[in-house]
Write a protein that binds this ligand. Structure first.
Ligand SMILES: *Cc1c(COP(=O)(O)O)cnc(C)c1O
Length: 435
């Protein structure tokens, strides 16, 4: 039979673009994205993957499904509180609201009373100083790594920084703090050994080339056994003797000591022990957005703030807004997950287990994000067959379980209790897909 080429029945681009549903999509999607969706459907019909009659519906469905961002929101059922692959700290409701408010025009550098320009980030600085009264001054930059680069550059470019060999950490994804610091032109003078460093090692290394002493909290690993390091207070005395600045990178950003994390240094303790500047991330234990936080003595912080590099690593208005709201509003999702009551976790897990007909097992959560390695957070998990994990990840909503020892474990520690029903629905769907 000799019919007309079916491809001649494929709707033309102008016809498809004129459809009301396609016109409506312009409110959310750019012309270019819409044209790509249209062209792709036409191409599929040309390759006979779909019928020419289905092109119109395909375009409409594809556009309805196309979101402006490809990031998928995930329910974290791993029990790992600061999950690097899930974007570290989830924000508090107050911080989320602040993000939205700051997303339009805001008075980030304007005094509305006088109509004059004001200093950027004043309110965030005040919130940091209120949360950590030991600090004289504060500066917020893009992330912890940027804070370290800024401190190293401003205080020690072309000169030496003395640091213990036991503290030269790789922070993940192949990034190493020593490489980062040397990229600024500072030279690292490594002292001591991997497991033991003494005050005399630092003292022997001081020379006219020395620009600063640095202590790094090795947050993502633990050396145990025959170990020793030099307390900050002793380094302070040495720094004073030679009139050197003392930098402490605490990593995780705990504001005050937390009894459940006895080995995690806090910003306030590091300042009390005499650091001139303390560095931390905003999105680890502090529970806020990605940010580098620098707290310390006014003269040191001002030196960093005035360095030209400060402009290249400055925090944006969204970060400043969310960080301020995180500090002012108190309890964060990170704190809630860290301090979740094991009995409540058990009750929730049992409810889910009963609902699914699956066993509840004891399960330790973790701090994660390179913080407090080896500190277990006792809790519970519902155990599913390992094969359920991929269905959970790809389900609606996406749920990330922990796969361990041939099982798929659902730990509710990092799930807001209001979302338990959504986890249950997702787990039912995943188990149903196994049959
Ligand atoms: C996480 C960490 C960093 C890097 O901070 P980012 O905010 O990820 O850039 C630097 N130093 C230490 C000790 C850390 O734990």
């Amino acid at each position: 039979m000799t019919g007309a080429d079916p491809r001649s029945r494929i709707p033309r681009t102008d016809q498809l673009l004129a459809l009301p549903a396609v016109q409506a999509a312009r409110a959310r999607l750019s012309d270019q994205v819409i044209r790509t969706v249209v062209t792709r459907a036409q191409d599929r019909a040309r390759r006979s993957e779909i019928a020419p009659e289905d092109v119109q519906d395909t375009v409409i469905t594809d556009l309805a499904e196309r979101r402006a961002t490809s990031l998928t929101s995930v329910l974290n059922a791993t029990g790992v509180v600061i999950h690097t692959n899930l974007g570290r700290a989830p924000l508090s409701p107050a911080a989320r609201e602040a993000l939205l408010d700051a997303s339009g025009y805001v008075d980030v550098e304007l005094d509305l009373t006088t109509g004059q320009r004001s200093k950027r980030g004043v309110a965030t600085r005040e919130a940091l100083l209120a949360a950590c009264p030991t600090a004289e001054d504060a500066l917020v930059v893009n992330n912890g790594a940027a804070a370290l680069v800024l401190a190293t550059t401003a205080l020690a470019a072309d000169r030496e920084i003395i640091v213990s060999r036991g503290e030269l950490v790789e922070i993940g994804a192949g990034f190493r703090l020593p490489d980062l610091m040397e990229s600024t032109g500072a030279r690292l003078r490594e002292v001591g050994t991997t497991n033991r460093t003494h005050l005399a090692d630092y003292a022997d290394a001081v020379s006219p080339q020395t620009a600063a002493l640095l202590k790094v909290h090795p947050s993502n690993f633990r050396v145990s056994g025959f170990t020793s390091d030099v307390p900050l207070r002793e380094l302070r005395a040495l720094a004073d003797e030679h009139d050197l600045p003392l930098i402490m990178d605490v990593g995780s950003g705990l504001l005050m000591p937390d009894p459940i994390l006895p080995d995690e240094p806090s910003l306030s303790e590091a300042l009390e022990a005499g650091a001139d500047v303390v560095i931390a991330s905003g999105d680890k234990l502090l529970g806020g957005t990605q940010a580098g936080i620098l707290l310390g003595r006014t003269d040191t912080i001002q030196k960093l703030a005035k360095h030209p590099l400060a402009r290249a690593v400055r925090a944006d208005k969204l970060t400043l807004a969310a960080l301020e709201a995180t500090l002012v509003s108190g309890d964060t999702p990170v704190q809630q997950a860290l301090h979740a009551d094991p009995e409540r976790l058990r009750a929730r897990a049992e409810e889910l287990g009963d609902d699914l007909g699956m066993p509840v097992v004891s399960h330790d959560g973790r701090v994660g994000g390179g913080g407090a390695p080896g500190v277990p957070l006792p809790g519970w998990a519902v155990r599913l067959p390992e094969r359920a994990a991929s269905f959970l990840r790809l389900g609606q909503p996406a749920v990330l379980p922990r796969v361990h020892d041939g099982a798929c474990l659902i730990d509710l520690r990092c799930i807001p209790e209001d979302d338990d029903a959504r986890v249950a629905a997702a787990a039912h769907a995943a188990l149903g897909a196994l049959d």
